[in-house]
Design a protein around this ligand. Structure first.
Ligand code: URP
Ligand code: ZN
Ligand code: ZN
Ligand code: ZN
Length: 481
């Protein structure tokens, strides 16, 4: 089939132009001021006048169907990717998280099975939660045969999936020899463990204890440590969900020394602050329990500045929804509240509204931080992250005039809470095109179970030549400012 997206303004990370986009058989066949002569008979036509046509969002951090903290997230790979499509996101990178002692390849195959019901394209980071010769070997198999080019390390969650320094060092070194990107959840898990007990001793058992046990320095320490280890070994590093000024500064300082460090920011951390944990309604406060926690307002400005200046590179959601009944597992002890929130459907609208409408970001910078930079850093560019001939026909047609009030009542996620509840945003998708097929049109979600494909991501070359080359083209650079 084919789709002719007519009369819109095409926005890429490096330019913006009035152009039609023609999608044929899942790929972009033409981009230009007049593609009419090329349009096959019977093509579907979308009128994009007055709208932006952008690469579909890529969310590099989601957890669908994740078994975590004694329960399993509410969205599976079908409902989660369907929600993504409704919000203009056409690809996710989720996480395979083996239990300690579980062979990486076993976990990988399990997650591949769970993800077969995805409605949108997906791939995986694989977590390294323990170390052995077999983990060393499995990392090689995953990179060489399975299209995995990034490995995740949880520096928090003691007595569960936390990595010690021995594992970090060994895994980073292995990632370097394979040409794969190490990534970290940066929080000092020993400190969190201690502080959780101290906060409880003070008599604080509710969700307001959660941020007290995970202050910014806990995140900054881990970010600095991971960055230092990567720097000594000479491997690039990507820090997930950077939430605070101190961690952003750790990244900026390392980059100023010439180190290849990349940072991800969650939509939630850009607009939600820690006051949510003081809500007297347990369910509302607990719904916001995720790690790192929402921070005092001042941190938000650091995150925006990082994205604007190019010191931070990607945006994600860490979509990891738990319902009220699951959050209630931590009724008497905040440390037992399953950690995670949603957002995969709202990310683009929230960042457009709080970023582009306020003048913090240009539309091109928006594309960079919601799609193109992720495609470059995880080596799927220009197949993804670009509106260009030959790229996958994954597009979002964006109506900058449409307004919408975000709410659990209208979301597609199976979560029973929306962290952006009541926020009115201007700018939302009118259409989402995935693999050249209209998956969402003006409120009508046509997500198809099993239509999503597993996307292999090739390793970077020895010494990360590809990262170095692509990093030089990372947006935002000085597009306008
Ligand atoms: O609280 C969170 N973020 N839950 C998901 C797992 C993780 O740490 O990313
Ligand atoms: Zn080795
Ligand atoms: Zn995390
Ligand atoms: Zn996560």
């Amino acid at each position: 089939g084919s789709v002719w997206v007519r009369g819109g303004t095409v926005v890429n990370a490096d330019r913006q132009e009035k152009a039609d986009v023609l999608c044929v058989d899942g790929a972009i066949a033409a981009v230009g001021p007049d593609v009419a002569a090329l349009v096959p008979a019977g093509a579907q036509v979308i009128d994009a006048s007055g709208q932006f046509v952008m690469p579909g969002g890529i969310d590099p951090h989601t957890h669908m169907q994740l078994p975590f903290m004694g329960t399993v997230t509410a969205d599976d790979f079908y409902t989660g990717t369907a929600a993504a499509l409704a919000g203009g996101t056409t690809s996710i990178i989720d996480f395979v998280i083996p239990d300690p002692q579980e062979p990486l390849l076993d976990a990988y195959r399990k997650w591949r099975g769970w993800a077969e019901k995805s409605a949108a394209d997906y791939s995986f980071h694989v977590a390294v939660t323990w170390w052995s010769d077999s983990v060393h070997a499995d990392m090689g198999t995953l990179v060489r045969e399975e299209g995995i080019n990034s490995f995740k390390h949880f520096m928090a969650y003691k007595n569960a999936i936390m990595c010690d320094d021995e594992t970090l060092v060994n895994s980073f070194k292995r990632a370097l020899e394979l040409g794969a990107m190490p990534t970290v959840h940066a929080e000092n898990g020993e400190l969190v463990y201690l502080l959780q007990q101290e906060v409880a001793k003070m008599g604080i058992t509710g969700p307001e204890g959660h941020p007290l046990a995970r202050p910014p320095m806990v995140e900054a320490e881990a970010a600095n440590r991971a960055i230092a280890i990567a720097g000594v070994l000479g491997v690039p590093i990507y820090v997930v969900h950077v939430s605070c000024t101190e961690a952003a500064q750790a990244i900026a300082a390392a980059r100023a020394r010439g180190q290849r460090v990349y940072g991800e920011v969650l939509a939630g951390h850009l607009v939600i602050d820690e006051s949510v944990y003081r809500d007297p309604d347990f369910a509302k406060a607990a719904a916001h329990v995720m790690s790192p926690p929402f921070r005092a307002k001042g941190h938000q400005e650091s995150l925006w500045q990082g994205l604007q200046s190019g010191q931070l590179h990607t945006t994600a959601t860490d979509h990891c929804t738990f319902c009220a009944a699951q959050k209630a597992m931590g009724r008497d002890n905040f440390a037992k509240i399953p950690n995670g929130t949603g957002g995969v459907e709202e990310r683009l609208a929230v960042i457009w509204d709080a970023g582009v409408n306020t003048g913090r970001l240009t539309p091109s910078e928006f594309v960079a931080i919601t799609s193109a930079n992720t495609a470059k850093l995880f080596n799927i560019y220009p197949r993804k992250g670009l509106v260009g001939v030959g790229a996958d026909a994954d597009l979002v047609v964006w109506d900058p005039a449409a307004t919408h009030t975000l709410s659990v009542k209208t979301q597609h996620s199976k979560g029973d809470y929306n962290i952006f509840e009541g926020r009115t945003v201007q700018g939302m998708p009118s259409h989402t095109i995935s693999q050249g097929v209209v998956a969402y049109a003006q409120g009508d979600l046509r997500a198809e179970k099993g239509k999503g494909r597993y996307i292999k991501r090739p390793a970077f070359g020895p010494n990360f030549d590809a990262v170095q080359r692509r990093a030089a083209t990372l947006q935002p650079t000085a597009v306008v400012r």
